[in-house]
Design a binder for this molecule. Structure first.
Ligand code: PMP
Length: 344
């Protein structure tokens, strides 16, 4: 049995997936009478391609992988949830992650009845690899590493992530939702080296398409095969598939957006540091900054009253008195800066 198969839940290993009309016949035809669709309201009357082949082909070329390395989900949130369903037997297996990090890893564990083990980052937000390895046991199936990490904004060194991928007898998920804002290379280029690696990316951040709900998992064809078995047959709508094809043609524009966000971020950080109530602005490789403030809770509420919403992270582990601030336009950041100045 292949290694990946050994980690898969027995019911999923034995699953006979639903075979949709469009799975059974996907060629050219002039008369389509196989899927109980309406003959009216073209082109929306037809079910979408269940495997999103055209989109995957285009995306594969852009990312330098094979279409067989790609799963597309309703946001990366779907890709996270399905990993639990594929690999974790409820009540028996566990998932390991860091804290603080993105909240959906825990929520999906809870929904799926899977134990979730959190290993605190060190005080400087670096990985505690030894503690992570000590937390892992024979029932650990998933290890989530968000890099750049949300909400701390830092990227973890490749050497440390590689140590964990190599040492862990299970699936390592590197969540790269914010990778486009970082100068570090994506783990996608190392997929062929590690059969237990899943890399998550999304259209929701740098690609400016959070409302569309499209996330990506890149992994070995074996893992993608299991994703395809457990997903809903038509999880990505035709509208979204077309939209994403058009978005991929706008790669240069997306790069310009990222450059703009990065220059707004550096101007914002510089000016923010001059405000007396700001204690620490943590370095960021993402489109947000984590900021420690004097009486952050009060500031958060005052900002809300003034119509400015940031993310209050002050109750999150290691983030006492911290607000997470997304980088918007120059104008939006100036409004925030002027408002903060008016409080001192
Ligand atoms: N991963 C991280 C680290 C995130 O911060 C987010 C959203 N905030 C997601 C995944 C989910 O992204 P999506 O919109 O693709 O579901």
């Amino acid at each position: 049995m292949k290694k990946i198969e050994q980690w898969v839940r027995p019911n999923i290993r034995q699953l006979k997936p639903y075979s949709s009309a469009r799975n059974e016949f996907s060629g050219e035809a002039s008369v389509w009478l196989d899927a109980n669709e309406s003959p009216f309201n073209l082109p929306y009357n037809r079910y979408p391609d269940p495997l999103q082949n055209d989109l995957k082909e285009k995306l594969a070329k852009q990312r330098g992988v094979m279409p067989e390395n790609i799963f597309l989900g309703v946001g990366s949130d779907e890709a996270i949830d399905l990993l639990y369903r594929i690999f974790c037997e409820p009540g028996r297996d566990n998932a390991v992650s860091i804290t603080p990090t993105y909240g959906m890893y825990r929520v999906c564990a809870d929904i799926n009845g899977v134990e979730y083990r959190e290993v605190p980052l060190k005080k400087d937000f670096s990985l505690d690899c030894d503690a992570i390895l000590q937390t892992i046991d024979t029932h650990s199936r998933l290890l989530f590493l968000c890099s750049p990490n949300n909400p701390t904004g830092n990227v973890f060194p490749a050497i440390e992530i590689e140590r964990l991928i190599t040492a862990f007898d299970g699936i390592v998920v590197v969540d790269e939702a914010y990778i486009d804002f970082s100068s570090r290379p994506s783990w996608i280029r190392r997929l062929n080296e590690f059969h237990n690696l899943v890399v998550l990316q999304t259209f929701s951040k740098a690609w400016g398409s959070a409302g569309v709900r499209l996330g990506m998992a890149f992994a070995s064809p074996d893992i993608i095969g299991y994703y395809n078995q457990v997903k809903y047959p038509y999880n990505i709508s035709d509208l979204v598939q077309r939209y994403a094809m058009e978005m991929l043609d706008r790669e240069n524009e997306v790069r310009r957006w990222v450059d703009e966000i990065l220059s707004v971020r550096s101007r914002f950080v510089e000016r923010l540091s001059d405000i007396p109530m700001v204690k620490t602005v943590y370095p960021s490789d993402a489109n947000f900054v984590l900021v420690k403030m004097v009486e952050s809770e009060k500031i958060y509420l005052r900002l809300v009253t003034d119509g400015i919403v940031v993310r209050n992270r002050s109750k999150v582990a290691l983030c006492g008195d911290c607000l997470r601030i997304t980088i918007g336009t120059d104008r939006e950041m100036n409004v925030l800066l002027e408002t903060l100045k008016s409080y001192s």
